[in-house]
Design a protein around this ligand. Sequence first.
Ligand code: GLU
Length: 451
Amino acid sequence: MTPSTPPAPVLRFAPSPTGLLHIGNARTALLNALLARRAGGTFVLRLDDTDRERSREEYAQAIVADLAWLGIAPDLAVRQSERIALYGAAAQRLKAAGRLYPCFETPVELERKRRVQLARGLPPIYDRAALALSDADRARLEAEGRRPHWRFRLDHRAVAWDDRVRGEVSVDCGSLSDPVLVREDGSYLYTLPSVVDDASLGVTLVVRGEDHVTNTAVQIQILEALGHAPPAFGHHNLLTTASGEGLSKRLGHLSLRGLREAGLEPLAVATLAVLVGSSDAVRPVASLDALAALVDLGHVSRAPARFDEAELAALNARVVHETPFEAVAGRLADMGVGGGAAFWEAVRGNLATLREARDWWGVVAGPVTPVIEDADFCARAGAMLPPEPWDAGTWKAWTNAVKAHTGAKGRALFMPLRKALTGRDHGPELAALLPLIGRAEAAARLAGESA
Ligand code: GLU
């Protein structure tokens, strides 16, 4: 490697498998995955499943499936539950360095301390009483049956970093409680495992929501205490619902699963998830690679961004309208839709979601119940259908002839024909549909025969 070649970046997405991914999680996942993809780096999926009670295998599987639906395949997938030994070793090192200390307060005692501090107008920061315990005190507490939880002793100083989204960020760790890293039952909270994994997997850039800014300051101190250089960080804004509510996995807000079941295109969902709130109008992109080229952390807004389902629906329709046949041929075949590229091109401009293609295929292939308002007019038009082969010019030639023969024109000419041929009063251009319907079927429908 020449000195001018930067090392390939390693990025990760680290959801806890405690619910279905929502659109805000997709934003985090995509920013990381696309930045890795663009730079030829590595994208790691890390399942933060140390919370044994709330983590569920079905959610772990759903995360993988939902990312695959978006078009993201991790280069590496790890689970924290399989890496506990690494966290134990790190905890030992912190203990040996005097940075991880045992505390015995119960939640009730901590709450009481907090209330007293607040009543005195003091910030509710852990008072480090446990640091003053002697060996004898600890032995007595343990003899009472208490098990310790373990806190990381913060350096009371400001931690600063050059955030890829927010610029220079500084957090005063003097105003924070020493964080609990290990619970009474020996299980790990998210903070330490995340640091250990980021270091051991060689993560170079952590992109995550701005709700983690304070965690980052703490985690930089833990990294340094363990002798690791911190990665770069970027904290993106959070998404809200259209009404401004924060998104919640627990409440199932805007889950990827729900959006998928609503028939939305993964590329439309991905595009809006990544670009929502950016100053440029959100337009369809041709691929995830094209979307990756548009990612610019320096231009991510600092204000929360509203994710509007109406905007998604509009973008989805535009994505469908611009999708070439080759890109959907397999999915159309799976839905039982025939007609090849000619059918797709005839209908795509009328679709809000891809699955609506099935309805229009039903209109082409039948059975259709013709709507005949003027049987005589339709019969005369039917008698004038030209012989096959038919092409894109057939509709015009035929309707010109019907017009000349019957005197009907405009809406009075076209609407009865549309209703008879499709059973509907709206839809794709008949010039494109007519050759797909074919002469025999068109003649039957104009005669009012439903077949
Ligand atoms: N499991 C954490 C979360 O879902 C990961 C945060 C991080 O990216 O480090 O919030």
